[in-house]
Design a protein around this ligand. Structure first.
Ligand code: GLU
Length: 405
């Protein structure tokens, strides 16, 4: 891990970080850390926390949201693909309901989120359209992304939105779950979304300027962490050590989010959300905040993810033409190339693609169940609707969801 000496050890610290390794961004040091992790990132997930979005609970900060939306639009014009993961529903809901203190009962928090989400979505739509960008509201849960079929549905929807150059604005579906209310303030969700869309980078914008090696109030020799390796256990120990409290959206959830994002090859940057033009400058290669770099390249990480997360449920045997298209032309697998379907699988399961001789060519997420695949095998994709009554996708396995053996 790369560190810098701390020049302002007595800076005020956020109450949110029980273990105050995140230092106040106003601390007097120029934001000079990090190593340009975002410069070559094409697909970027940006996560913003509640206190930033709602200006410490004072209501949605239109200027701040407008500022990020302006930057997102500029990055989109550069050909980058952006996904926003935004908290703030509970904070905004509490304001709308006239609640001054955060209730302890989860169902009340969930009700506040339902109220506040209206304003949150409205604000992003207004601000993104000011800068010529379309927006879409997506409410997800951790369980959605653990379920193979919902995972694939969410992935297909988000990738379609990106192709349409619409910016998805994602929050947890707080009505039905409370994972992020209890712990994460959407840090974990941000990482899961980065995995889902195979982002190159996750940017966690927060009200702190990055990570410190220790609580600077107690350790004057605490160092700013300019760069580390996502998944480095020393970071976790540091954040989970004595005196820490795993607060909602504190330091540990960010470190764990970076580890999770690295599972699909995405590096994470943790930076102060009010740093002027923070996203544009990061994307231009400027080193701001703390960069936690992924150790494994995206493709290898994706292969590993498939191996770790999803059991092989079946296979399809394909003809020589399909082998050629997959191997040499980088194409998707269409039903017409399928000779035989083996095993029982659902939409979203990982299946193997075998040559006629039985050699494994690739693995990928099936867009159709084994039953459906048997009906559409050997048929042109234009017949899928006629045969099934609906069509998920034209491909049996989309190229984006496939890794070659
Ligand atoms: N999803 C929640 C929100 O947007 C998480 C933040 C919180 O727990 O306050 O409000």
């Amino acid at each position: 891990m790369m560190t810098e000496p701390l020049s302002a050890p007595d800076d005020p610290l956020s109450s949110k970080c029980g273990f105050a390794t995140l230092l106040d961004p106003h601390g007097g040091r120029p934001a000079s850390a990090g190593l340009g992790a975002l410069k070559s990132a094409r697909r970027i997930v940006v996560k913003v926390g509640s206190s930033l979005v709602t200006n410490e609970g004072r209501g949605i900060d239109a200027d701040a949201v407008g500022n990020w939306c302006r930057q997102l639009a500029t990055l989109a014009a550069q050909g980058r693909e952006l996904v926003m993961v935004s908290s703030g529903a509970i904070a905004e809901g509490m304001k709308r309901l006239g609640w001054r203190t955060r209730p302890s009962e989860l169902h009340e928090l969930q009700a506040a989120a339902a109220v506040g989400q209206m304003g949150l979505a409205q604000m992003y739509e207004t601000q993104l359209s000011r800068f010529g960008m379309g927006s879409a509201q997506v409410l997800l849960t951790h369980a959605d992304l653990a379920d193979r079929e919902r995972y694939l549905n969410a992935r297909s929807t988000l990738l379609t939105l990106l192709r349409l150059q619409v910016i998805p604005v994602i929050n947890e579906n707080d009505t039905v779950v409370n994972d992020e209310i209890k712990f994460g303030d959407n840090d974990t969700l941000g990482a899961l979304v980065a995995n889902l869309v195979e982002a190159d980078a996750l940017v966690i914008l927060t009200d702190q300027r990055g990570l410190y090696s220790a609580d600077p109030r107690q350790h004057p020799d605490a160092r700013f962490i300019a760069q580390g390796r996502a998944g480095d256990s020393a970071l976790e120990q540091m954040a989970g050590g004595a005196g820490s409290s795993i607060g909602r959206g504190g330091m540990l959830t960010k470190i764990l989010a970076a580890k999770r994002a690295a599972g699909s090859g995405a590096s994470t940057v943790i930076a102060w959300g009010r740093e002027p033009d923070v996203l544009l400058r990061l994307a231009a290669g400027e080193a701001i905040g703390t960069a936690l770099l992924a150790g494994t390249p995206k493709l290898a990480a994706r292969k590993q993810w498939m191996a770790d997360h999803l059991q092989l449920r079946g296979s399809v045997r394909v003809d020589a033409g399909a082998v050629l298209k997959l191997r040499d032309e980088g194409k998707s697998l269409l039903p017409i190339g399928v000779i035989e379907v083996e095993g029982e699988f659902h939409r979203g399961d990982v299946i193997a693609v075998l040559s006629d001789a039985g050699t494994e060519i690739a693995r990928g997420l099936a867009n159709y169940s084994s039953g459906e695949a048997r009906l559409i095998a050997r048929k042109p994709s234009s017949q899928i609707v006629g045969l099934l009554g609906y069509a998920n996708e034209q491909e049996l396995i989309h190229r984006d969801n496939m890794v070659l053996a």
